[in-house]
Design a protein around this ligand. Structure first.
Ligand code: KIV
Length: 271
């Protein structure tokens, strides 16, 4: 039966998302930054919201996520938590706030105290010890592989990652090690769909794709892209406001199209 968006009935937990992966039911994630949008996400049945450090660009006008501070993240996590009582709230840890496991523990504590249910960190196997440190102490972790925007200067730009076999193998290995270390979710950004499919099949944690094809366990888009606010939108995004004409409608259409396997299609996908 086609999916029709409805308000979340009860709070979404890590266990809810694991169960959805096991049942082959896709979940919806939106990166957003304020209370009214967070409330609308809850009404639309969006299972997870991400207070992304993309707010550096989408809200604060920086040209990367690198200048974003802990104080800015905390301010926006608190706003989202006030607007939404049911979606699982993930809070991004900003650039260089988790360079060591101890530093990660101190800063993740602050994001959780601001109202997040999980923190997100960007990077590969070098973060396995940090994932253990946080998850052993009761802080769920979302890992982030592929295009990791905080490393833009190391990567040489915002480009698709894992296109050759060697790099794909490294990302696959990173995913396996983070899964083994106890990560709870994994964002895969701008990787070929075939690689995202392989990773989704081998890891126990649910995967959330953005520019990673349709075979991940969930999709995430940035609210500014959904609403057509981005001057040069990325290939993997879609302006849902264009066809719906209002904000609640755009969010509903995004949710419907993901759940019904319509979004993303080949035009939003890298191979
Ligand atoms: O910061 C962010 O919004 C993100 C998503 C694009 C995955 O990391």
């Amino acid at each position: 039966m086609p999916y029709a968006p409805a308000e979340l009935e009860k709070p979404v937990t890590v266990q809810t998302l694991r169960r959805m992966k096991a049942d082959g039911e896709k979940f919806i994630t939106v990166a957003l930054y304020d209370a009214p949008m967070a409330a609308m996400a809850q009404k639309t049945g969006v299972e997870a919201v991400l207070v992304g450090d993309s707010l550096g660009m989408t809200v604060l006008g920086y040209d990367s996520t690198i200048p974003v501070t802990m104080e800015q993240m905390i301010y926006h996590v608190e706003a989202v938590a006030r607007g939404n009582r049911k979606s699982l709230i993930m809070g991004d840890m900003p650039f260089m706030t988790y360079a060591t496991p101890e530093q990660a523990l101190t800063n993740a504590t602050r994001i959780m105290q601001a109202g997040a249910h999980m923190v997100k960190i960007e990077g590969g196997a070098w973060l396995a010890e940090t994932v253990r440190m946080l998850t052993d102490r009761g802080i769920p972790v979302c890992a982030h592989l592929g295009l990791t925007p905080q490393s833009v200067h190391k990567l040489g730009g915002y480009r698709v990652q894992g296109r050759d076999e060697e790099q794909a193998g490294e990302i696959l290995d990173d995913a396996a090690q983070l899964d083994e270390a106890g990560a709870d979710l994994l964002v895969l950004e701008c990787v070929p769909a075939s690689l995202a499919r392989r990773i989704t099949d081998i890891v126990s944690m649910p995967t959330i794709g953005i520019g990673a094809g349709r075979d991940t366990d969930a999709q995430v888009l940035v609210i500014n892209d959904i609403l057509g606010l981005t001057e040069t939108p990325p290939k993997f995004s879609k302006n849902f406001l264009e066809e719906t004409g209002n904000i609640p409608g755009a969010l509903r259409k995004y949710a419907e199209d993901v759940k019904n396997g319509i979004f993303p299609d080949a035009s939003h996908t890298f191979e």
